[in-house]
Every structure is written in C-alpha cells, then in structure tokens.
Design a protein. Structure first.
Length: 711
C-alpha cells in the first residue's frame, strides 16, 4: 500500500523582516486556510481592544465571539475559517469592498442560504445593481423587513395581524406584557407574550367567577357591582390616613392637653410658609387629615388637608356616594367603620387575587377575549411567521459575511502582521488621525483613556510622546491622544501648547498638550542639545543671580537710611576700613585668576598654526556633541511601537521598531512648495550669513587639513 501521501506537505509561508520582526505575508486564500498552523509566536499581535480603533467597531464585535470587548488570536482564526467556509471565491476577500454574490459558496448549505437571503435583501431594497451587496444594505433591517408582514424572527408587528379586532388585542397585549422590537424596528409581540397574556386572562376570570359565586352563596362580595374594584382602590388610598385621624381624635378626647401636639406645633407652618406650595410637600402630607378635636367628625366638604383633598374627593364620588349609607357633609367614626365593613368580604376575596396585570382591561373585556377565537388566530399568525425562520435565519449571516469581505484582510494586516503600519501609503487601524503642532504633522497618534496611566508603559517605547486633550465646542465629549514626534526637535514642545487634531472622519479638534514624555527625537537635535543645555543653565543661573542681587539691593536700600542716622559722625572705624579692603583684595584675586586663565588660553592658541585653529574648534564641537549624538543614536535605534500599543490595551508579540526612515514619514516637517521664492527680512538675513560663514569655516578647515595630509 502506498503511504506517500499520508503526511500532508507543510505550507510554505513567505515572511518579510521589518521593524526587527519577521512578519508573515498573507497574499493568497491558501495562506488564510493554513492560518491556524502558523506559530502564535510569529503573530505580531495576540489581542486588541474592540473600541477605539479606526475600523468599523461592529466588525470587531462580530469577531469578538465571547463579547468581552477584546479580539484574541483564536477568535481571529475562527472568523477566518467561518468566512472561508462560506466563500466560493476567497480571493474576493483581498479586494475588499462590497460582497459579490457570485463569490459566495454554492456548495455548502450555509453559503446557499446566504445567497438566497442576499438576493432577497437586494430585491426588498430595490437595488439596481444586484451583483453585489454592501454592508449598509445587509445591515439596514428596516429597509429589508419593513415592506414585509413577516420576517422569520418569531416576532410580529401590528401590521402583520391585519384584522382590526386582532389589532386592538395586539395593543392590549403590549399594554399588559410589553413589546419586543421586530426586525423591521417596530414594536412587536412573540408567542411567549401571547400565551402568558391569555393565561392571565383565564386566571383572572376564574378568580372573578369565584367571587361572584361566593357573593351568591355566602353574601355580597361586590357591594358596588362592577364598580367595586376602583371603589376599593379609592378606599385603600385614604384608609390609613382616616384611621389615623380618628385615632388622634380619641386621644384628644382622653386628654385635651394632647391637642397642640396632635395638630403639630405652629412653628412648622412658619417654616414652610415661604416655600413653593405649587408642588407637593412632604411636611404637609404628614400633617393630620383635618384639624383634630375631641369627639370630632371628619369634614368632607372643607377643612381637609390640601395634599389629601383629591383622594378624599375620589372617596366621596366612588365610595361614599354610591353606598346606601346616607352620609352627609361629615363622616363619623361609626360611619367609617360601616364603610369598611361593606368592603370586608371583597377585601378577603381580593387578597386571594392571582398576580395579573390584565386587571386594567376590566372583567367585561377579559371575558370577551376568552370567549373569542383570538388566541388561536394569533398562534396561526405566529406559526406563519416561524415558517420563514429557516429561510430568513441567514440574513444576519449576510451582514457578517459582507463585513468579513470588506474588513477581514485589513484586520489581519493589523493583527497577524503590521503591514498597514509599515506601508508608506497605508495607515494602521490604531492610527487615530493627524496632529498639527509646532510646524509638524504627526501621523502616529493613538487614542488613549488616561495619559497618566498610559505614560509609564508608553514611555518605554523610547519615543518622544506628547499627550494631548482634544475637544470641540459642538461635542460634549473629549478624548486624549498620544502623539509620537519622530522628526525635528523638542525645544518648543511644551505642556500647554495648542494644536489641531484631524480625525479620520475629517473633523478638526482643538488640542492642548497636557503631558510630555521626553526622549530623543533626532540626531540633529542631539548635536545641539549640549549647547542648548549649557545656554539654558547659564541663563537660569544669571537670572537667579540677578534676582538675588536685586533683592539684596532692595533690602540694603530699605535698611540703609535708618542705619545712617544711627552711626556716629567722624572718620570711619578701623573695622570698616579692613572689611572694605578685604573685599577689594578678594575681587582683585578673582579677576587676576580669570585674567591668568585667559592669558594662558590665548598663549596656547597663539602657538598653533593658522590652519590648526579651525580644527581645534571643530574638535571641541565634536568632543561636546558626539556623546550626545551617540546616545541619541542608540536610543533611536530602539524606538519601538510595542509599549505604546500595550499601554493602550493591545498585546503586541514583536519588537515592531520604528526605523529612522519610518520616523521621518510619521512626523513630517513643514516644507516650502516647489518654486516658492524667499525674501530674508531683518535679523533673518544676519542669522543666515552667520550660518554661511560658519559653514565656510568648517569647509575651509577640512580642505586645509586635507592639503596638509597630501603634502
């Protein structure tokens, strides 16, 4: 038996070394099919956040299978395999854009179902070009399903019921059980809600029927017939307050000294007198229902606590008036007991009521619905709706496949490798936009949540970072970016400087630098850095010295006048003369030392030949600048993207260095347009000539040194 083909040949991968990292190249559907076989250590990223990236968030959310807000390596592989299983022509993925209908697989059941659904969508949306489908068309469920009574989602909207009687019941179901959104975007109901609604109708009717039966056999349960439920609710609304009032009256009858306390002290009215009484006030609600007195009756027409007047009016119209108790303008404690007694059997029966929100419909409506055939008619409509479920189930998969066709390769080019970042004409999904600041255009800007949290790890990227706050007057939200400056110098990059940030949607945001992480920007900057530091140090020291001398002078001027009058007249004392002499002597010694040093320097320079002087000058410059330039070169070689992304929520697997050439592309300095003319005005002309003379001196020195060597 031939076993030569038992072991499949390994897939031959193509790699490119960029950023000190070997990055796999995904160039064919065959590369995608073998993606699971690629060693995870060779992936540039292992995970990334769903939010904050310049790619459709919904696409990343579909890849994020567990919905935890992060896309991981295994989820990317699963998304690739899901897509390949449904694509008949996977090469279309590398073109992106709209999903060609012909590229969908006609061999797998899933592909066939998606094809049918895609054509149905294009038909419903009246697409004039039904050869491909866009993400917008696939995701527009209102346009897709809005023209159809049924859409296979197991939910029916009101227009699906047709009959007006069913429409009224549809409204009742939503009123009692709430709605669930249909795919068309309209409020709808499902089979569960229909079953629960009619079950509650039957349960409530059984309970009501039991009350009627008890009323016929044991005594009246419904003292006011069908109006008993609302009357009982009106009774319960004031029952405790009326009981409280009569209890207070009994206590006042026991001891009239309790009257003032029972009616609350007058200070309460003084406290609330200046308040707004157009709104309900808790202090007034807590007052007695009416003025308390011994053996007093409760007034029904006047003298009622204003916060309870409306509820007492409901009691009169729904309870006291209809009951055959002949109650006048006041209510006695005995009459009140009679009112409660009239509802005692109803109360006992009411406490056995099953939970039922259908009570709001009324018993007559409930019974008419039970006696009708509407429940079965609703179930027939829902069954017809469910019959489309299998056919329309793939509609959501149409959107997913359209998104994968448009975005999957771009996701891979920013996850498996960083091709988009290292390509000159592309931008990675983590590049949020462009920052214009200090005459430069920074293209490597990352959206971050908090500069203070990002900076400790982000600073390890060895890049110069400017954290900026971005805001607009027409937007209540602000956000932060971390901008990488990789060209120019840092002399004018200070906290508080303002710039403009252009996001990927073309919106301009005012930006302000709020935090800086200093690292070398360029070797050019490193050459001048020692002199800048020396100049800055000298400037600071001179400023401090001048400030201290000015302060000392002010203090001497303030105290000198008072001291003059206190000093004895006559020739100066020996101590004073000695102090002045010592000062002068010390100053002379210092000046002598400086003069001697300068004389020695000039003497040494005088012994040099004329052509050696420029070489010494150049040598001194290199002696000062070379260490700074070497350190900057070492750090710039290690400038990397990884810590920046890690601090923003990524898990970067490689070094992903930022080369010198790439740094110049990521930060572009201002350049004059071709053919522009330049006019030097004022000090600019003088500074230009100084630089020209310095350049000529260096060139002449180099030529002289070469001539000497030649001789």
């Amino acid at each position: 038996m031939d076993h030569s083909n038992d072991t499949a040949k390994p897939h031959l991968w193509k790699f490119r070394k960029v950023g000190k990292t070997f990055q796999v190249q995904l160039e064919s559907p065959d590369d995608l099919r073998h993606l699971r076989e690629l060693d995870p250590k060779l992936w540039v990223a292992l995970s990334c956040p769903v939010d904050g990236l310049e790619i459709d968030r919904n696409t990343l959310a579909l890849i994020d299978a567990d919905g935890d807000g992060r896309v991981r390596l295994e989820e990317v592989i699963t998304a690739v395999e899901w897509t390949l299983h449904r694509m008949g022509d996977p090469s279309a993925l590398f073109n992106g854009g709209d999903l060609p209908i012909d590229a969908i697989s006609s061999e797998t059941p899933e592909g066939k179902a998606i094809t049918i659904s895609a054509r149905q969508i294009l038909e419903n949306t009246n697409d004039p070009n039904p050869v491909d489908i866009s993400v917008g068309e696939a995701a527009n469920t209102r346009a897709i399903f809005g023209q159809s009574r049924f859409n296979g989602d197991g939910i029916i909207a009101r227009d699906a019921v047709g009959d007006e009687d069913l429409g009224q019941t549809f409204d009742d179901i939503i009123k009692v059980k709430g709605s669930v959104p249909d795919l068309s975007g309209q409020p709808g109901i499902d089979s569960t809600r229909v079953k629960e609604f009619f079950a509650e109708l039957r349960s409530y009717n059984e309970w009501w029927t039991q009350g009627e039966k008890s009323s016929a056999e044991e005594g009246e349960v419904f003292p006011l017939g069908s109006e008993t439920p609302p009357a009982f609710q009106a009774l319960v609304a004031v029952e405790k307050k009326i009981d409280d009032y009569f209890a207070r009256c009994r206590l006042a009858s026991f001891d009239d000294r309790a009257l003032d306390a029972l009616n609350r002290e007058a200070s309460l009215f003084e406290a609330v007198a200046k308040e707004d009484f157009s709104i309900s006030r808790a202090e007034i609600v807590d007052l007695p229902l009416a003025k308390v007195g011994p053996l007093q009756e409760l007034p029904l027409q006047s003298g009622i606590n204003p916060e309870w007047a409306a509820r007492m009016s409901q009691l009169q119209s729904k309870v006291l008036g209809p009951l055959p108790l002949e109650i006048g303008d006041t209510l006695t404690a005995k009459e009140w007991s009679g009112v409660k007694e009239a509802f005692s059997r109803y109360r006992s029966w009411h406490e056995s009521k099953p939970p039922a929100a259908v009570e709001v419909l009324g018993v007559d409506r409930i019974r008419s619905l039970i006696e009708s055939d509407q429940e079965s008619r609703f179930q027939e409509i829902l069954a017809e709706e469910a019959a489309l479920a299998e056919r329309m189930k793939a509609v959501t998969e149409v959107e997913k496949l359209a998104r994968m066709n448009r975005d999957l390769i771009r996701v891979l080019r920013n996850f498996v490798n960083f091709d988009d970042f290292y390509e000159e004409n592309e931008e990675a999904i983590f590049q949020a936009g462009v920052l214009y600041l200090d005459g430069r255009e920074c293209r490597l800007c990352l959206k971050i949540e908090d500069p203070n949290k990002h900076a400790p790890l982000g600073g390890l990227a060895r890049a110069f970072l400017a954290y900026c706050e971005c805001r607009r007057k027409d937007s209540p939200n602000k956000f932060y970016i971390a901008a990488v400056f990789s060209a120019g110098d840092s002399s004018n990059l200070l906290v508080g400087r303002n710039g403009v940030f252009l996001d990927k949607k073309g919106k301009l945001w005012d930006s302000t630098v709020v935090k800086i992480v200093e690292n070398p920007i360029s070797i050019h900057e490193a050459f001048f850095l020692p002199y800048v530091r020396i100049g800055r140090f000298i400037s600071e020291q001179v400023e401090k010295w001048a400030t201290s001398r000015d302060k000392a002078m002010q203090e001497k001027m303030q105290t000198g006048v008072t001291q003059v009058s206190a000093k004895p007249k006559g020739p100066p004392q020996m101590g004073q003369i000695g102090g002045i002499a010592a000062m002068l002597a010390a100053g002379g010694i210092a000046l002598g030392a400086v003069g001697a040093g300068l004389a020695s320097l000039f003497s040494t320079l005088g012994e040099l030949r004329y052509w050696e002087l420029p070489l010494v000058f150049v040598g001194l410059i290199l002696l000062v600048s070379l260490p700074s330039m070497f350190i900057a070169w070492m750090r710039l070689r290690k400038r990397t993207l990884g810590p920046l992304l890690d601090a923003a929520g990524w898990a970067v697997n490689g070094k992903t260095l930022i080369s010198f050439r790439l740094g110049k592309l990521l930060t572009r300095r201002a350049t004059l347009p071709p053919g522009a003319t330049i006019e030097l005005v004022g000090g600019a002309a003088a500074r230009t000539w100084l630089w020209v003379l310095l350049g000529l001196t260096v060139v002449a020195s180099a030529l002289g040194w070469g001539f000497i060597l030649f001789l």
